[in-house]
Design a protein around this ligand. Structure first.
Ligand code: AMP
Ligand code: ZN
Length: 112
């Protein structure tokens, strides 16, 4: 499958890693939208939030269980935002489930 985040997960494409274990990977976004901008992905290919179901969604809870550790490592002690863009109207451009972690400043509150 020609998926850029699968290739990052398996090491075919390099990334600037923040956290990695057997299930998930966190790495810096190439085009940061905030002073700190990291993506967290499951290593398993799931195209988007809209493809989650009772069989494959445990990894989402796992990702969220690791976010405090990842954000602590990033120094985001004053808070951060977690974003998921889903499919075309949500602005998704890479079709491998990922959560953006944005922080390092007081973010604006415009959500749409
Ligand atoms: P989304 O628009 O939610 O699908 O987000 C995709 C994100 O992936 C964008 O913020 C891109 O800057 C980022 N991105 C694309 N390719 C890479 C890459 N090779 N390494 C790191 N980030 C990437
Ligand atoms: Zn993938």
């Amino acid at each position: 499958m020609d998926c850029i985040f699968c290739k990052i997960a398996n090491g075919e494409i390099p990334s600037n890693k923040v956290y990695e274990d057997d299930k998930i990977l966190a790495f810096y976004d190439l085009e940061p939208q905030a002073p700190v901008h990291v993506l967290v992905i499951p290593k398993e290919h799931i195209c988007c939030a809209d493809a989650l179901n009772s069989e494959n969604s445990a990894v989402v809870g796992y990702i969220f269980s690791k976010i405090p550790e990842i954000t602590a490592k990033l120094g985001l002690t004053n808070g951060y935002r977690i974003v998921n863009n889903c499919k075309e109207d949500g602005g998704q451009t890479v079709f491998h489930l990922h959560f953006h972690i944005l922080g390092g400043k007081k973010l604006n509150v415009n959500m749409a």
